[in-house]
Write a protein that binds this ligand. Structure first.
Ligand SMILES: Cc1cc2nc3c(=O)[nH]c(=O)nc-3n(C[C@H](O)[C@H](O)[C@H](O)COP(=O)(O)OP(=O)(O)OC[C@H]3O[C@@H](n4cnc5c(N)ncnc54)[C@H](O)[C@@H]3O)c2cc1C
Length: 442
């Protein structure tokens, strides 16, 4: 069988793999080769969650099976991209109930990572809206799982990183919208404690996210811009022809892998422009289409090449609310002092924990930033892990490529329940990824 080089969005690790496509017969059984493999969506995870010697891609299975425009129930095969779903649902006044910072992920990948968006503190993760899923098991059978039937398999599949089986299709409840625009409020914070106060003060906003400057020290340590948003009402959109329009496909491309780390130059200019712009005092109101609000990085295709050939690690952790403030300061200080990370970090507030044995969110704060791979980086991140653990937090598995299995055991309290279910349905450990082996997940 032909092997090809594959990697996920952070370009680390890169491996040779056999890429296969499954096929489903009319008798609701699937044919796939025996042996060890991992399901793969669009490779937008950062790390080794969808990497293995053999992968099964869902990308040829992207059909919409049913879309009820009245009640917003949307059923599709798992390989459909969020960008394709949005094209169909937004002109009909519906939106994704939860969406991450890129629209180029598959429905299956979203469920398997139980993705969160800028509205987690109010709406939770994507799992809350999944009505059911059809799962292809290791024995070739396809079963329906939801909160009533096969519920433990359902909870092991949500956030289960492809280790329970291949999600073949799923039903998701969409969110009603009056327009495809977002009414935004942007606020500046002079330092870390100010941004945390602002998050609390404006927690009633559906969408909130902050960009933090990771280079500033001293009085401006943690200076940030908080971006808040709500779906605009129909009568708030000025151009009546543009009330419900999907995104277009315009984007610039980074044509080749850069020899060194230059994304910082780009983001520093962009952030400083926003921060120092005289027109934006401490507060600015504006309206934009959903595309630049939810997916600002999607307008630069292949931006990941900017970090060079060695790739990068996106380090994302969550800290529980109480201990969070103190530890966030400690960790951010270590990052700022070291100066190895990206200039910008993304800070979000999470609401309560979600369903799913391996779900990442917990009530508190989550911070994500990129570290280009260099000598000594993994040791440095191990030190940060210790602080995350001490605070009672954890690392997001779908963005991990280097954490230890001990860190997983110490920070994911429902790991044993997950492993018990997997032992039942995948006794021969047929579904395995580089990540599951590295972390001894199953
Ligand atoms: C720019 C950018 C911004 C992002 N922002 C966010 C964010 O805000 N919030 C967030 O939560 N995540 C975010 N992510 C991460 C991303 O949403 C997740 O990693 C998502 O899982 C990627 O989906 P994918 O289709 O590319 O799946 P892949 O990367 O191919 O796979 C991810 C996992 O899903 C499993 N999987 C994929 N398809 C199936 C299937 N059909 N059945 C069973 N298992 C399957 C794989 O085995 C793997 O474990 C971001 C990623 C990028 C690149």
């Amino acid at each position: 069988m032909h092997k090809t080089l594959i990697t996920n969005w952070n370009n680390y690790p890169e491996i040779e793999a056999e890429v296969n496509f499954y096929s489903i017969g009319s008798e609701k059984k699937a044919s796939f080769q025996l042996g060890e493999f991992i399901p793969r969506g669009n490779g937008r995870s950062y790390g080794d969650a969808s990497l293995g010697e053999k992968v099964y891609s869902s990308l040829r299975h992207n059909k919409i099976l049913r879309f009820n425009k009245e009640d917003g129930l949307f059923i599709a095969q798992s390989g459909i991209l969020f960008s394709e779903i949005l094209k169909v649902i937004t002109p009909n006044g519906w939106f994704l109930p939860v969406t991450p910072g890129t629209k180029f992920i598959t429905l299956g990948g979203a469920i398997a990572a139980n993705v969160h968006g800028k509205n987690h503190h109010i709406d939770g993760s994507i799992s809350r809206y999944i009505q059911f899923l059809d799962l292809l098991l290791a024995n070739g059978e396809i079963i329906r799982c939801d909160r009533n039937q096969n519920s433990s398999i359902f909870f092991a599949t949500i956030g289960g990183l492809g280790l329970s089986g291949i999600i073949v299709s799923a039903g998701i409840q969409l969110k009603k919208i009056e327009s495809t625009h977002i009414s935004q409020l942007q606020l500046k914070a002079q330092n870390l404690s100010e941004i945390l106060d602002l998050f609390d003060q404006y927690s009633y906003y559906t969408y909130s996210v902050a960009w933090i400057d990771c280079l500033k020290k001293g009085k401006q340590f943690g200076r940030s811009i908080l971006m808040l948003g709500e779906h605009s009402k129909e009568n708030e959109v000025q151009n009546k022809k543009e009330v419900l329009i999907p995104h277009d496909n315009k984007a610039i491309n980074v044509p080749f892998t850069f020899p060194e780390f230059v994304l910082n130059d780009f983001t520093i200019k962009w952030f400083n422009k926003l921060y120092y712009n005289k027109n934006i005092k401490s507060r600015k109101e504006l309206q934009s289409h959903y595309d630049p609000f939810f997916y600002p990085l999607d307008s630069i295709l292949n931006w990941n090449r900017i970090y060079g050939k060695r790739g990068f690690i996106q380090y994302q952790f969550v800290l529980p609310k109480e201990a969070g403030k103190k530890y966030l300061e400690k960790i951010l200080k270590r990052i700022t002092d070291k100066g190895w990370g990206s200039f910008l970090a993304v800070l979000k507030m999470f609401g309560p924990e979600d369903e799913g044995y391996l779900s990442f969110p917990m009530e508190g704060y989550t911070l994500a930033l990129d570290f280009p791979i260099r000598n000594g980086l993994f040791q440095f991140l191990d030190e940060l892990d210790k602080l995350v653990k001490e605070a009672g937090g954890r690392i997001y598995l779908t963005k991990d490529a280097r954490m230890s299995s001990q860190m997983l055991k110490d920070t994911y309290p429902n790991l044993k329940e997950f492993q018990d279910v997997i032992r039942e349905i995948n006794p021969e450990k047929k579904f395995q990824s580089l990540l599951s082996k590295r972390l001894e997940l199953i």
